[in-house]
Design a protein around this ligand. Structure first.
Ligand code: N01
Length: 546
């Protein structure tokens, strides 16, 4: 990096700033713009990557695209949306990168951002009343406030298979895909994992690969994306309603352009239900998940109705009976919608083709990886040219536990969260004074649209900093009691739902040895906002101030 050690002030050692933001994705960029440009705070960003965009900077695997339609998946900042036009309803990674380049043109974030600056240690210094922050290459920064905006997928997860490093072909984790691309043309491709990432890699590679073999532990209960091109004319016309749309988005459970229906599954007759499901299915996207009956994620019998419908619709798309039973089993592997459904584009038809396959690694686990391919427990070796590891992340908590964050007593957050996650309103931790985080543990995070969550939590942090400045408060520290109460609330809300039943990353269940607990706030954005506003309106309830 030509800047490091040098030419630009933001890269210098002993950087002094009022606010240090870690991460230059949707969250960090929002905070920088609002705090610096609207409130006049002195702000800097440390970013581990080499450009803005967060997850869209890291994700360039084949087929990577967002599963939330625009304009819901973008900033509500008018000076940004008014001149921006998308080409598709669900843009891919390259268009999202162009969006961030456009954001840079409008907001000039980069002049205050140090790239290739991975934070590896930070502690609040009680004497100077500032955060001392260290980067991997040995620079330090000192800031009154530290804000972690590192996203929920900042720590990759690799399977612990014997021989993983002996494979002689090409092997990549989805979030570390080569920028220059990898040609799958005429290659034998293995895709490990069937999360949103695995589904996208498999269906995209199947366009030109010799074969695609999906290693499936749990079937993904995918929904049809129903992608389509968008014209400038229709977007210009729709922009008349954007202000209302962005206001509306914050009134919905998941920060979307639609919300759950106002009735329960069995309020409708079987015929009405079938017709309702059919209409959601036809519209595509997450409608079948987030605009369905309001008891879908709470009542098992209601949920079974959704599964039955999903199952029927999906099974009829798969002709091979073995593949059909594996990818769309008659018995639900978990309640419908308690793991994130991927939005697919002909995934089932692609894997159904004779050259492609799905391997059941739940009942026939991987034994080892060899120079040539993958051996399953039944002794069969399958040979590949490319292995795509779509095995996900130590989601939600893994990133922050990996930053060397020490509390004022010198205890690492990794220890503090070893047996369970504690925060105050999903944005602060006890004994980490003047530190905030967003789009992480115990916020609406994975149960919401990213930009909506980031703006909701970002606005709260911005208001909190403005209030601290106005009231001349220099020290804000969440109490342990407030943390315990928030942990209880997060757990209780989740326990009313069907989410705890599934072995999902929402529950920390995807990482061996990780505490099983709900990592996200399951009460929806409006309830969350109310809880957070209550803290500010009541003199930082749950915080000590000085
Ligand atoms: O990761 P995942 P992801 N042996 O954790 C399997 C967002 N996203 O990168 O289900 C064998 O969901 C694991 O199996 P199982 C989106 O929020 C969005 O796909 O645990 N298998 C699972 O199938 C998403 O939810 C978009 O049984 C192993 C897979 O690997 C989140 O990011 C696109 C294994 C991991 O799936 C994460 O998605 C991409 C092992 N040892 C991502 N370890 C869109 O916007 C793990 N697996 C469309």
């Amino acid at each position: 990096n030509p800047h490091v050690g040098g030419t630009t002030d933001v890269y210098k050692d002993n950087l002094e700033t009022e606010v240090l933001i870690v991460g230059a994705g949707f969250g960090g960029v929002y905070l920088m713009h609002k705090l610096r440009d609207e409130l006049g705070f002195d702000c800097k960003i440390y970013e581990a990557g080499t450009d803005l965009g967060g997850i869209w900077h890291w994700n360039c695997y084949p087929g990577a695209r967002v599963d939330t339609q625009v304009p819901i998946y973008e900033y509500s900042i008018e000076k940004l949306w008014k001149d921006w036009t998308w080409s598709e309803k669900y843009p891919d990674w390259s268009e999202l990168r162009r969006y961030f380049a456009y954001v840079e043109e409008k907001l000039q974030i980069k002049k205050d951002t140090a790239f290739e600056s991975r934070v590896v240690g930070a502690q609040f210094n009680m004497e100077t009343q500032k955060w001392d922050v260290k980067t991997q290459d040995g620079r330090t920064a000192h800031a009154k406030y530290l804000i972690n905006a590192i996203g929920f997928a900042a720590k990759r997860h690799f399977p612990d298979w014997e021989g993983l490093d002996t494979f002689k072909g090409e092997m990549y984790h989805s979030s570390f895909w080569p920028e220059s691309g990898v040609s799958t043309k005429g290659k034998k491709v293995a895709v490990i994992g069937t999360g949103s990432t695995g589904i996208q890699i498999a269906q995209e590679s199947a366009k030109d690969a010799e074969s695609v073999t999906v290693f499936q532990r749990t079937p993904n209960l995918c929904l049809p994306m129903r992608q389509r091109k968008l014209t400038k004319e229709e977007q210009d016309r729709d922009k008349e309603n954007y202000r209302e749309l962005y206001k509306y988005r914050m009134t919905t459970f998941a920060g979307f352009g639609y919300d759950f229906a106002d009735r329960n599954t069995f309020d409708d007759s079987p015929e009405e239900r079938e017709a309702f499901f059919e209409s959601l299915w036809e519209e595509g996207g997450f409608k079948f998940w987030l605009a369905t009956y309001k008891d879908n994620l709470f009542d098992r019998a209601a949920n079974d109705e959704a599964y039955k419908f999903w199952n029927k619709k999906t099974r009829e798309r798969i002709t091979d009976p073995r593949k059909r039973d594996l990818m769309a089993p008659t018995k639900a592997p978990h309640p419908w919608g308690t793991k994130r459904p991927s939005l697919e584009q002909n995934f089932y038809e692609a894997i159904d083709r004779p050259e492609n396959d799905v391997v059941d690694i739940k009942n026939n686990p991987v034994k080892k990886v060899t120079e040539k391919g993958i051996v399953t427990s039944d002794g069969q070796e399958r040979e590949f040219d490319i292995i795509a590891l779509a095995t996900g992340f130590d989601s939600v908590t893994g990133g922050m536990k990996n930053m060397g964050l020490l509390d004022i007593n010198g205890v690492d957050l990794r220890e503090r969260w070893a047996d369970g996650t504690y925060s105050h309103v999903g944005m602060a931790c006890a004994d980490f004074p003047n530190m905030f985080f967003l789009y992480g543990a115990q916020g609406p995070t994975a149960f919401s649209n990213g930009p909506s969550c980031v703006e909701c939590q970002g606005d709260w942090i911005i208001d909190a900093l403005a209030k601290l400045r106005k009231e001349n408060i220099s020290y804000l520290n969440a109490t342990r009691d407030a943390e315990k109460a928030w942990n209880r609330k997060v757990t209780e809300l989740s326990d009313k739902t069907l989410f705890p039943i599934a072995d999902s990353w929402y529950m920390g269940a995807n990482i061996p040895g990780k505490t099983r607990e709900q990592l996200n706030f399951a009460g929806g954005i409006p309830m969350y906002e109310k809880e957070c506003r209550d803290v500010l309106d009541n003199n930082f309830k749950g915080f000590q101030t000085q």
